[in-house]
Design a protein around this ligand. Structure first.
Ligand code: EPU
Length: 337
């Protein structure tokens, strides 16, 4: 195992922000991952696990060891119309989704073009266009850094919620996800209820959408609205859509009849943070190289040489203005290092 020192994290993070990792290692097996954790222990430093780097903002230089988990593995088993796939944590998410769609296995097609790796998907419980990865999730394998053993963690144990899982809480820095298993179908019911997807299918003249139609529509929508991290640094939605109680929603709706919102099964309402940020006038705003995307106000961007601190400061000002105007607190969706 070869540990590098003073490594710039810009090439391995979607924000492309220059920040130095004190120590850095890429591992391609669970044994090497175990060794890397042991190295950090022996040297008395913290470790930080990096997947595709698509959901983090590095706000300054990083002390300790950054471990990039490049665990590649893909297998599938078909039984009747049930397909079980198992993928290594380092597999690129969109590449896996493309692979499943090529086989006409349904379940993950709404989650096309989400940047990042398979290992990061359960952590965030990634979701888009009416689906979350939890809807196909079976179990995952993780390295327990305390015992050094690999263990299976079932769906129930993961405590999945909206952009939430146990890996952001109790299991943070304790379990490192090494592979994930999903259950798909050769005979799926497609999910085509999200407004943008419905509109795209209509525009394509598609009345009986199949897995590939949903996939193509989502790719088209995302390509139009969201910036490509290979072209302009960003980590997708910077904030979560806030969830408020019925009374708060009623007040906000009366004051703002066009407020975009989604009623939840428990009587609460999820509000479109993008709409509120947009209303506060931030869309397309730029301060030096830190900015807000001009087509999606929920996405902060690095136009070139922004620092992590500049992006973070801009995000704080956005939170303050949404709080002042709507009385709603925005919570960051991305992880800040
Ligand atoms: N809107 C605005 N201004 C904007 C952008 C959007 O007013 O600049 C309005 C839209 O008109 C729409 C509403 O806000 O009525 C919601 O917009 P959109 O459909 O684009 O979705 P979102 O709520 O902003 C969420 C996810 C995205 C996911 C989309 C589609 C979160 C934090 N974000 O965004 O996920 O792709 O829905 O399902 O839940 C991500 O997590 O990185 C991500 C991109």
């Amino acid at each position: 195992m070869f540990v590098h020192h003073n490594v710039d994290l810009a090439p391995v993070t979607a924000f492309g922000i220059h920040a130095i990792a004190e120590s850095y290692v890429e591992v391609d097996s669970v044994d090497k991952l175990r060794e890397a954790v042991a190295w950090a222990r022996t040297n008395g430093v913290d470790f930080h696990v990096l997947g595709g780097g698509s959901n983090i903002l590095v706000s300054g230089n990083v002390h300790g060891l950054v471990i990039r988990a490049c665990l590649l593995e893909r297998s599938s088993a078909v039984e009747g119309d049930v397909v079980t796939i198992r993928c290594g944590a380092g597999e690129e998410w969109h590449s896996v989704v493309t692979w499943t769609v090529e086989h006409d296995w349904g379940g993950l097609e709404n989650l096309a073009l989400i940047p990042g790796t398979v290992g990061a998907a359960p952590l965030q419980n990634i979701g888009a266009y009416g689906i979350e990865q939890s809807s196909c999730f079976v179990e995952l394998e993780a390295l327990d850094v305390l015992s050094g053993a690999t263990i299976i963690i079932t769906k129930d144990e993961c405590n999945f919620g909206y952009r939430e899982s146990i890996f952001k809480h109790e299991y943070c820095n304790r379990m490192i996800i090494t592979s994930v298993t999903y259950r798909l179908s050769t005979n799926p019911t497609v999910h085509a209820t999200y407004r943008d997807v419905v509109d795209e299918l209509v525009a394509r003249g598609c009345t009986q959408p199949h897995v590939k139609d949903i996939f193509d529509s989502v790719v088209a929508i995302r390509s139009r609205k969201l910036p490509d991290p290979n072209v302009i640094g960003n980590a997708g939605s910077f904030f979560k859509n806030p969830i408020v109680d019925g009374q708060t929603f009623a007040r906000l709706h009366e004051e703002n009849p066009t407020l975009a919102s989604y009623p939840q099964p428990d009587g609460t309402y999820k509000l479109a943070a993008a709409w509120m940020i947009d209303q506060c006038g931030w869309k397309g705003h730029r301060e030096g190289d830190a900015g807000v995307h001009d087509k999606q106000a929920l996405v902060l961007v690095n136009h070139g040489n922004a620092t992590g601190q500049q992006i973070l400061d801009l995000s704080t000002r956005i939170q303050q203005s949404v709080q002042e105007r709507f009385g709603v607190a925005l919570e960051r969706e991305i992880n800040v290092w």
